[in-house]
Design a protein around this ligand. Structure first.
Ligand SMILES: O=C(O)C1=C[C@@H](OP(=O)(O)O)[C@@H](O)[C@H](O)C1
Ligand SMILES: C=C(OP(=O)(O)O)C(=O)O
Length: 419
């Protein structure tokens, strides 16, 4: 367990931010599909990326994707076209994260995939197939965009390309755009009209590639700035024209008086001492699910009332993130609750959550936060250490996306102790 505290000095510092695992994992899959080896610069240090790189090169009979969602989902498609049979498995939680929508779609293309334990869930036994049984598919788009990204990356290599119709409310749209944008970097064109994406058969071009720094990871520095009396942070590696939907975090934090200025090496996050705290924060997270916990923790620290929607994918991520935040923020007397549809006016498929309270550290002593095998539980709650010492159980969980997280926090004056 780690204890995090801060001496209360002004929040200033300089961080060289870690790379995006989402971008890195797409670049690795596309490189594997080209069958060549071009350089990928600043490949993310994230465990999920290291794991994907290792598994892509492995001929072992059983491949273990651990807790890595993109790694598992992207490999499900990739292995369907790789000669031989392999079993793709994952962590205990991965075996609870649904995969049926993707498996059904791949089977319609002709894939040889069997469930080795529970129908609809990992592990999978995957054999080689031409994937030439269909060139048009309809897929439910309301559960995870990763299924769609997996199919799109394969699409140009299929004998007849792919016409993919997305059904229902599309979640995590920026991640689908990220996939198409990386495919375009490697010379593959596509069109997206209404709910249909079309990719003709074509060859990926091997091209050098550099991975952007991770905007989801940047959210924790925005969270810090919002909680600080005054902040001035330089975060290197980020730029405004990003393929990452989580870059929206810069504009979300403007509502908390946090300003972003882009410069030659990245950006500067500042907050003046007299910034006003908003009374209320309303946000739909359907396009940026990974930063929802960060904003919840910020609102908790500042005592800002929250009204959230678009949290429907959080229930099937590394943990049930809404439940986990309810429990952990509850230790500071924060209430996070579902608002009944007749009170919120939610339409079909919509669900609103309310948040109330200001983090109260008087009852809990030094609160200990559980992380539930979810890197984002540790990282989203960590900024609260600016207000009061906190403890984080199973702190190494951050390795999934940001192994240097605590080293970087220490650069900003945080004291990180093993207790
Ligand atoms: O494609 C990606 O890189 C990701 C898509 C999102 O998942 P869902 O589409 O399942 O919401 C996101 O939460 C995840 O961290 C990374
Ligand atoms: C949900 C996440 O990852 P994945 O789905 O790839 O496991 C995440 O990093 O927040």
């Amino acid at each position: 367990m780690y204890q995090l505290s801060h001496p209360g000095t002004p929040l200033k510092g300089h961080i060289e931010l870690t790379g995006s695992k989402s971008i890195a994992n797409r670049a690795l899959i596309i490189r594997a599909l080209t069958g060549t080896s071009f350089p990928i610069h600043r490949l993310a240090a994230a465990d999920d990326t290291v794991r994907l790189e290792r598994l892509l090169a492995s001929e072992e009979e059983v491949l273990d994707a651990g807790p890595a969602g993109t790694t598992f989902r992207f490999l499900t498609g990739y292995l369907s076209r790789r000669p031989g049979h392999q079993v793709l498995t994952g962590s205990k939680r991965m075996k609870e994260r649904p995969i049926g929508i993707l498996v059904d779609a791949l089977r319609q293309l002709g894939a040889d995939i069997e469930y080795t334990e529970k129908e609809g869930y990992p592990p999978l036994r995957i054999g080689y197939s031409e994937l030439d049984q269909a060139s048009e598919l309809t897929i439910a788009a309301d559960t995870s965009s990763q299924y769609i990204s997996c199919l799109l990356m394969l699409a140009p290599t299929l004998p007849n390309g792919l016409r993919l119709s997305l059904e229902g409310n599309i979640v995590s749209v920026p991640y689908i755009k990220m996939t198409l944008s990386l495919m375009a970097h490697f010379g593959v064109t596509s069109s997206w009209e209404g709910q249909t994406i079309v990719v003709a058969p074509q060859a990926y071009q091997a091209r050098e590639f550099t991975v952007e720094a991770d905007w989801s990871a940047a959210s924790y520095y925005y969270g810090l700035a919002a909680l600080a009396g005054e902040a001035d942070l330089q975060i290197d590696g980020l730029f405004a024209e990003s393929v990452q939907g989580d870059s929206v975090v810069a504009s979300l934090y403007e509502r908390f008086g946090v300003t972003t200025t882009y410069n030659d090496t990245g950006l500067r996050i500042t907050k003046p001492a007299d910034a006003a705290v908003p009374p209320f924060f309303e946000q739909d997270f359907v396009e940026c699910p990974d930063i929802a916990q960060t904003l919840m923790a910020t609102c908790a620290g500042l005592g800002v009332q929250g009204l959230y929607s678009g949290l429907q994918t959080l229930f099937i991520k590394e943990t049930d993130r809404v439940k986990a935040m309810q429990t952990e923020m509850g230790k500071l007397t924060i209430a996070l609750y579902k608002i009944p549809a007749h009170l919120s006016g939610a339409t079909e498929g919509q669900q609103f959550f309310g948040q109330e309270g200001k983090a109260d550290f008087s009852a809990a002593g030094t609160p200990t936060f559980m992380t539930y095998h979810d890197h984002r539980m540790a990282m989203a709650l960590a900024p609260l250490a600016l207000l009061h010492p906190i403890r984080i159980e199973d702190p190494e969980v951050v390795g999934k996306s940001y192994p240097d997280f605590y080293t970087d926090f220490a650069k900003l004056g945080f004291v990180v102790e093993e207790v």
